[in-house]
Design a protein around this ligand. Structure first.
Ligand SMILES: Nc1nc2c(ncn2[C@@H]2O[C@H](COP(=O)(O)OP(=O)(O)OP(=O)(O)O)[C@@H](O)[C@H]2O)c(=O)[nH]1
Ligand SMILES: [Mg+2]
Length: 325
C-alpha cells in the first residue's frame, strides 16, 4: 500500500470549490451585437450575424467552459416594439429568457449614444429606457452592461454614456467592449464569472452548443439571404431543412447531402430570391455551402428550393412549424 501514489486532485474543474456556472442571457436592442459577442466568446460562429436588425429569431445557446467557470450563453432576438406575429414571438422569447437566467448581459450599441452625447441630445434613447424597465421587472438578477462597438466611436464620449447608464441602471456593472474586434471581452467574461453563482458545470466541458447541426445549417442559409437581399425580403424568409443525408459522412471522402426549402410570402419575393436565370439562389447556395462544409467537416451538396407560403409570418400554424412559437 505504501507504494500507492497520493491521490491526484480532481482534474474536473466542475467539482472544485469556487467553480462558477450558470445561464447568461445576452439581451438588448436589435443590431446591438449580441450574436457577434456570442461568437467572439466561443471563438466559433454559432449564431448568425448581419448588419440588418432582427437577424436572430430564436434563442441560440453557446457554452463557454474555461477553468473555474462554465457560462451557458443564451443569445436572444432583439427587443423592440413588435407588430407582426413573428416579431412578437421573437421579442417574447427574449423577454422570457430574462427570468430564466442567473445573470443578464445587456448589450448596447454605443454608436447612437456617443453621437447623442456629442450633439448634447438625450444620451439614452427610448429603446434603452424601455429595456431598462423590462430588465428591472425581471427581479434581482444581476445585470452586466456590455457597452459594445467601442471600436467605432469617438472615445471621449464613452464616459458620458457610462454616466447616463449608471443613472438609469445603478446596480449594473458597465464594461465597454468591441465584440467584433474582441477588445475588452476578456474583462467582460471575468465580470460574468464574478457574478455567476457557485456550482458545478451544467454541460460536459467539450460541448459548445445545444442546437442541432440542422438548425445551424438552416440559419447559415438564412444569414446569406439577410446579406444578399434587401427591404422586406429577408424578413419574409424562413428556411427549413427537408433532407440531411449523412450516409457518406464517415466515408473516405465525407459528403453530406442537404435539401433546404426557403419560404417566402409572395411571388415577387420568390422572383427576387431566385434572381435572373437563378443567379441569386446560386449565390446564396455557394456562400452557404462553403460555411456549411466547414461546419460539418465534409463536402456538401446543397439543394435550395423556394416556396411561396402566403403570410406565414402572421400564421400561428406556420410559426409553430418553423419553430418560432
Ligand atoms: N464596429 C463594430 N460593429 C459591430 C460590433 N459588434 C457587432 N457589430 C456589427 O453590428 C451588426 C449587428 O451585429 P449582430 O451580432 O447581428 O447584432 P445582434 O444584436 O445579434 O442583432 P439582432 O440579432 O438583429 O438582434 C453587424 O453588422 C456586426 O458586424 C463591434 O464591436 N464593432
Ligand atoms: Mg443576433
Amino acid at each position: 500500500m505504501s507504494d500507492t501514489p497520493p491521490e491526484e486532485p480532481s482534474a474536473d474543474a466542475s467539482t472544485t470549490e469556487g467553480h462558477r456556472a450558470g445561464l447568461i442571457a445576452l439581451v438588448g436592442r436589435p443590431n446591438a451585437g449580441k450574436s457577434t459577442l456570442l461568437n467572439q466568446v466561443l471563438g466559433q460562429k454559432l449564431s448568425i450575424v448581419s448588419a440588418k436588425p432582427q437577424t436572430t429569431r430564436n434563442r441560440v445557446v453557446g457554452i463557454h467552459t474555461i477553468p473555474g467557470m462554465q457560462a451557458v450563453l443564451v443569445d436572444t432576438p432583439g427587443i423592440h416594439p413588435a407588430r407582426s406575429r413573428l416579431n412578437k414571438a421573437m421579442v417574447q422569447m427574449a423577454i422570457d429568457a430574462l427570468s430564466e437566467v442567473d445573470l443578464i448581459c445587456w448589450v448596447i450599441d454605443l454608436a447612437p449614444c456617443t453621437k447623442a452625447a456629442e450633439a448634447k441630445r438625450t444620451i439614452l434613447g427610448r429603446g434603452e429606457q424601455e429595456l431598462a424597465t423590462i430588465i428591472a421587472q425581471s427581479g434581482d438578477t444581476p445585470v452586466i452592461i456590455a457597452l459594445n462597438k467601442a471600436d467605432a466611436v469617438s472615445k471621449p464620449w464613452i464616459l458620458p454614456v457610462m454616466e447616463a447608464l449608471h443613472a438609469l441602471a445603478p446596480q449594473a456593472t458597465i464594461v465597454p467592449i468591441s465584440a467584433l474586434k474582441g477588445v475588452g471581452v476578456d474583462g467582460l467574461v471575468a465580470q460574468w464569472r464574478e457574478h455567476l453563482p457557485e456550482g458545478p458545470a451544467l454541460y460536459p466541458a467539450d460541448q459548445i452548443a445545444t442546437t442541432t447541426e440542422r438548425f445551424i445549417v438552416a440559419e447559415m442559409i438564412r444569414e446569406k439571404i439577410f446579406h444578399l437581399t434587401e427591404q422586406e425580403v429577408p424578413y419574409s424568409t424562413a428556411v427549413e431543412i427537408e433532407l440531411f443525408d449523412e450516409d457518406e459522412r464517415e466515408s473516405e471522402r465525407p459528403r453530406v447531402h442537404i435539401m433546404a426549402r426557403i419560404f417566402v410570402e409572395r411571388d415577387s419575393q420568390k422572383g427576387i430570391l431566385i434572381g435572373k436565370g437563378g443567379s441569386m439562389l446560386k449565390q446564396i447556395g455557394t456562400l452557404a455551402r462553403k460555411e456549411i462544409a466547414a461546419l460539418l467537416g465534409a463536402s456538401v451538396f446543397l439543394e435550395l428550393h423556394v416556396t411561396v407560403q402566403p403570410d406565414w409570418t402572421s400564421s400561428g400554424r406556420a410559426l409553430r412549424e418553423l419553430g418560432y412559437e
